[in-house]
Write a protein that binds this ligand. Structure first.
Ligand SMILES: *Cc1c(COP(=O)(O)O)cnc(C)c1O
Length: 381
């Protein structure tokens, strides 16, 4: 293996193994079964919404949520440029077009002022905005008070991409409960995993029911196969739901471990010049999914040098998401930009943050960071 310390590997153990074994021996080895039903109930309770639909991925959840909100061909969806491609890919699946909105320079989350500007930009082109799709970057909930106010003023629904923020809160309210609907991801690198999977969360029971129907091939409730809609094969397996239930039971413990990594990194960089934690200090409600550091362009080391030093120490690191308006596949799409996302992209490195990472492993990451920053600062001093 190239790296000894990974960014965010899955954290599973005996509880998960027992849950999967139980599901296998129960005979419910299909995208239907008691663990699937229980997983949806437990997630809806945890997040505080009325309905949850377990799906094969967060991307599938985005797709069905957008369809449920009435997004379709010819529409425009306003979304963050600072996000993973899946957010915008799901928009394209519906036949709609993403229009990218730049971010707050501190948090990296969608900027409400630019969101308002984006509504003007899109309507100047005679296009209709069908939905707003903000993203909770690296597990920090968006400023929903401001974003929801803008969307409401324009009479447009909000779908929250909470793929990275399960367990996070904002003013005491759970990520995944904001907006008209939200999605979370259980991909292998997320804060909890079903190996692959996702969930649609909403208070709109009708939207959830429709999504559940479309996710299971849009079968009519008759014995023969009868279809009046084009469906999808997007349901989560009962076996994976069992894995998800075991992970959900450990979510708070896993989140606390990621928070300890965040605190240790914060103490470390406080001692070093030209490096700080991305997202500011107000992280009380963050789930601390990934900790990222920002390198001051006037400081002793650039982000590429830090990544090089970490790689040399067999520590995995990555730049933060490359803004979607810069991606070749989306370059022709509309965007309302300030330069903030490009600046964050150029200066930010994500660090190993997994709940399974030991203190010894974290110390190796810390030593590589200190060596890089101090080493270069000595040379250039
Ligand atoms: C992981 C992720 C997704 C996609 O989730 P999958 O379960 O991998 O399909 C969507 N949006 C964001 C912001 C993500 O980080």
């Amino acid at each position: 293996m190239l790296h000894d310390v990974l960014l965010s590997p899955p954290d599973t153990g005996p509880a998960e193994a027992a849950a999967v074994a139980r599901a296998l021996s129960s005979g419910w080895i299909a995208p239907v079964g008691p663990d699937l039903d229980a997983f949806e109930r437990e997630m809806a309770d945890r997040v505080g919404v009325r309905a949850a639909v377990a799906l094969s991925s967060g991307t599938a959840a985005l797709h069905l949520a957008l369809l449920g909100l009435g997004v379709g061909p010819g529409d425009v969806v306003l979304t963050a440029t600072m996000t993973f491609a899946a957010t915008a890919n799901a928009v394209v699946y519906t036949g709609a077009e993403p229009h990218f909105v730049d971010c707050d320079p501190v948090t990296g989350n969608i900027c409400p002022v630019l969101l308002e500007q984006a509504f003007r930009d899109v309507s100047a082109q005679g296009r209709r905005v069908a939905a707003v799709l903000p993203v909770d970057l690296l597990g920090k909930a968006v400023d929903y008070d401001a974003v929801l106010a803008v969307a409401r003023r324009h009479g447009v629904p909000v779908l929250a991409d909470a793929a990275e923020s399960l367990g996070a809160t904002r003013h005491g309210r759970a990520a995944g409960s904001f907006g008209d609907a939200a999605i979370v991801s259980f991909n292998g690198n997320k804060i909890m995993t079903t190996s692959g999977g996702g969930m649609l969360l909403t208070d709109d029971v009708e939207l959830a029911t429709r999504a559940r129907y479309l996710a299971a091939q849009a079968r009519q409730p008759v014995a023969h196969y009868e279809h009046v809609d084009v469906g999808y094969n997007y349901r989560l397996s009962n076996v994976l739901a069992a894995l998800g239930r075991a992970q959900l039971g450990r979510l708070d413990e896993m989140m606390a471990r990621r928070r300890r990594h965040r605190e240790a990194y914060r103490e470390l960089v406080a001692e070093l010049p030209g490096i700080e934690i991305l997202g500011g200090d107000d992280d009380a409600g963050d789930n601390c999914w990934l900790t990222a550091v920002r390198l001051d362009p006037a400081g002793p080391v650039a982000s590429a040098e830090l990544q090089h030093a970490l790689t040399a120490a067999r520590v995995e690191s990555r730049p933060i998401w490359k803004p979607l308006h810069l991606q070749p596949v989306f370059r022709e799409r509309g965007a309302t930009l300030s330069g903030a996302a490009e600046e964050i992209f150029a200066t930010t490195v994500t660090l190993p943050s997994g709940s399974g990472m030991s203190e010894a492993q974290r110390d190796r990451v810390a030593a590589a960071i200190v060596g890089c920053v101090r080493g270069t600062s000595l040379v250039s001093a």
